[in-house]
Design a protein around this ligand. Structure first.
Ligand SMILES: NC(=O)c1ccc[n+]([C@@H]2O[C@H](COP(=O)([O-])OP(=O)(O)OC[C@H]3O[C@@H](n4cnc5c(N)ncnc54)[C@H](O)[C@@H]3O)[C@@H](O)[C@H]2O)c1
Length: 280
């Protein structure tokens, strides 16, 4: 589906996009279908107790996502990137520019949404891990990508994948909510600082999507609330005016539109993609 011809040939870098059924994968597929040259990145290896192999996109999975996109005619490459590591972020931005001659779109999608506990039980290590990936990582990628976009002088797009948890509080999700509220702040400052260069910065705030991370959250919250999975999912659906949880393609469509020329004057927004569940 190519709706925005102006995106053809644009170079898009997406973080945390190496997992099947993830929002990053869906955005990579969509931007590639729009004709973008897409670089998908992901941490690709487990890192301590806070970033276990079961919760991340490993190199093999990321390579498979990229291969699928290429098989449908898209231009896509996969590179390992731990967004916590400043030297890696800088190297990936440099490598992207060297390989593709520029960088037009950054999607800050990497996120940890599984270290959930009551505040009184959350360790500082867990807090730091969530704030690190969700906020420090987005800051580092924004810093190096925007610096290049400003120098190259052809505008650009920054899309931050925040969350409904950037607008509302959820129990046991202090670090996640704080990080996503913080990402909205980073988005607003990015919009102000980069707008004069033709670079817009916006956040997307999806509600629940049953990705790998979303499936983990379903298990956790249904158990915490003493509900069966069916009861939990039915309660969720009943809260959402359109009657279903989000799909990866809902976020991907919003992302493509924000990257298009249709959204040139949309800057500093935190756009709900939630079927009407979140509206402020
Ligand atoms: N699924 C939902 O319900 C939902 C709702 C709102 C927002 N989000 C946000 O969407 C984004 C994508 O999540 P998803 O649901 O597609 O889950 P996902 O698990 O598919 O994606 C998260 C990705 O982040 C990567 N990651 C973790 N630590 C990293 C690091 N240090 N460096 C680089 N990558 C790292 C993981 O490997 C994984 O691929 C996240 O920011 C999440 O908070 C998800």
């Amino acid at each position: 589906m190519a709706n925005f011809p102006e995106l053809k040939g644009k170079v898009a870098l997406i973080t945390g996009a190496g997992r099947r059924k993830g929002l990053g994968e869906a955005m990579a597929i969509r931007l590639a279908a729009e004709g973008c040259k897409v670089i998908i990145t992901d941490i690709a290896h487990a890192k301590g107790d806070e970033i276990p192999a079961s919760a991340i996109g490993l190199q093999s999975e990321m390579d498979a996502v990229a291969a699928d996109i290429r098989a449908t005619g898209g231009e896509c490459f996969a590179l390992a990137l731990d967004v916590l590591e400043e030297a890696q972020v800088k190297a990936i931005v440099d490598a992207t520019i060297k390989r593709f001659g520029g960088l037009d779109i950054l999607v800050n999608n990497a996120g940890i949404g599984y270290l959930m506990k009551p505040i009184t039980e959350l360790s500082i290590t867990e807090w730091d891990a969530v704030l690190g990936v969700n906020l420090r990582g987005a800051f580092l990628c924004t810093k190096y990508a925007a610096d290049h976009m400003i120098k190259q002088g052809r505008g650009g797009r920054i899309v931050n994948i925040a969350s409904q948890a950037a607008k509302s509080g959820f129990p046991f999700a202090a670090a996640y909510c704080a990080s996503k509220h913080g990402l909205v702040g980073l988005t607003r400052v990015s919009a102000i600082e980069f707008g004069k260069h033709g670079i817009t910065a916006n956040a997307i705030c999806p509600n629940h999507v049953t990705t790998g991370l979303g499936a983990w959250q379903n298990e956790y919250f249904s158990e915490a609330l003493g509900l069966t999975m069916e009861q939990y999912m039915n309660a969720m659906k009943s809260r959402i005016p359109v009657g279903r949880p989000g799909l990866p393609n809902d976020t991907a469509a919003a992302c493509a539109w924000l990257c298009s020329d249709q959204a040139t004057y949309v800057n500093g927004e935190s756009m709900n993609v939630s079927g009407g569940e979140e509206y402020h």
